[in-house]
Design a protein around this ligand. Structure first.
Ligand code: AOS
Ligand code: ZN
Ligand code: ZN
Length: 388
């Protein structure tokens, strides 16, 4: 069955931001395996990301992480990225790898530590000024491990105060996206554990503060598409960190563990207008490739998102509405499942070719010789950042 033209038109605008750290070596607390060809610098990470974009047409931006991707001149870095056909995207802050943040950063009881964390956010905003990036992402490792360890209520007040100081420095075109996570590295309580807490802070801050939804940051069984629907309804869904999980915050390839969940999420994204570029929802990957190839892993990831988006665009909304409104439970469910079970891979391959892209980006990458070349050229590749 051919994919309708209006579906293809909507797919043309799809863009998925790649995280610079996906190209670095990563692993678990047990072992980080070194991979041949791993980038040694942010320039090499960007070069690898540019390969993904060149072969899929889906990944025109690379997210930075400060301090992992520190350089002397970010304008030069932005120009370099531009020459490779990509731009620099979200700037990810890091207030989790400094001894001072052992008991919190933006939520710390000590004003001096909070101030240090706020200064780091200001530094990230300066990077954004130079790169032209729109979004500052704040993910906090803040929390406690034992009941009574911290004043969980006061920490909310300190957080609100710290965030407002960051918010006040945002430029007209800049936004702050606040990511939530219900556990890890803290296990008893996390200061931004859920979408509601993130929403409460973002709503208090103003329209330039939005929620970042990382698909791996929910308890098993959570209905993530409901959260997507609600945040889009409220105009507060700023960005996604896409990945998939079997157990914890696994950061595996999006759509690998549960393609149906990704389909359901994309269905609500489309329903809520989130695919319309005018609504400014950023679709980012937040993944690590511990045992698989990093560039092929990123290629697979963006294609998974595209495939499930295409399937979600195939939902017959007229038939769905009719079935929903007439209370025909099974018919409504069947409409959704019909779209989900439609294999669009051959159609997308054909469409790619018609746009001058390889039908099979993975095969094209394997045939390109790029991996073999970087395996030789690059010695001593970098760890992604965690534990560094
Ligand atoms: C941590 O669990 C979060 O998912 C972060 O978004 C991210 O992995 C880290 O901050 C890298 O930037
Ligand atoms: Zn994340
Ligand atoms: Zn995470």
């Amino acid at each position: 069955m051919p994919i309708p033209t209006d579906v293809l038109t909507q797919l043309e605008h799809q863009s998925i931001e790649l995280p610079s750290w996906a190209f670095g070596n990563s692993g678990t607390r047990f072992k980080v395996f070194a991979t041949p060809g791993t980038p040694r610098t942010i320039e090499e990470k960007i070069a690898d990301a540019a390969q993904v974009n060149a072969l899929t047409g889906l990944a025109p931006a690379v997210a930075l992480h400060i301090p992992w991707d520190k350089v002397g001149d970010y304008t030069v870095l932005a120009d370099y990225a531009g020459e490779l056909g990509v731009k620099l995207g979200t700037v990810n802050s890091n207030t989790f790898q400094d001894d001072d943040y052992k008991f919190g950063s933006l939520t710390h009881s000590d004003p001096a530590i909070r101030s240090k964390a706020i200064d780091h956010m200001y530094e990230c905003l300066e990077v954004m000024d130079a790169t032209g990036s729109r979004d500052l992402k704040i993910w906090l490792a803040d929390g406690t491990n034992y009941p009574g360890q911290g004043d969980i209520r006061a920490r909310q007040d300190w957080l609100a105060d710290s965030l407002s100081k960051v918010y006040d420095r945002l430029g007209d075109e800049q936004r702050l996206v606040l990511e939530y996570k219900f556990f890890e590295p803290a296990f008893y309580h996390t200061d931004v554990p859920d979408w509601g807490t993130s929403y409460v802070h973002c709503a208090a801050l103003g329209e330039k503060a939005l929620v970042c939804l990382d698909t791996g940051h929910h308890a098993p069984g959570t209905n993530i598409e409901f959260i997507v629907a609600q945040l889009l309804r409220l105009g507060k869904l700023g960005s996604f960190d896409f990945n998939s999980r079997f157990y914890a915050d696994d950061d595996l390839i999006v759509g690998a563990a549960d393609p149906f969940q990704l389909f359901r999420i994309m269905h609500e994204v489309i329903r809520g207008g989130g695919l319309d570029p005018a609504n400014n929802v950023a679709f980012m990957l937040d993944q690590c490739h511990n045992v698989e190839g990093k560039i092929p892993g990123q290629i697979r990831s963006v294609l998974n998102v595209q495939e499930m988006t295409a399937r979600a665009l195939l939902v017959d909304t007229t038939a769905l509405n009719a079935a929903q409104n007439s209370g025909d439970v099974l018919a409504a469910n069947a409409v959704l499942m019909d779209a989900f079970y439609t294999d669009v891979r051959a159609n997308l391959a054909e469409w790619r070719e018609s746009r001058g892209l390889p039908a099979d980006p993975t095969a094209a990458f394997a045939a390109s010789g790029y991996q073999e070349k970087i395996n030789v050229d690059r010695q001593g590749g970098q760890q992604a950042g965690w534990g560094a």
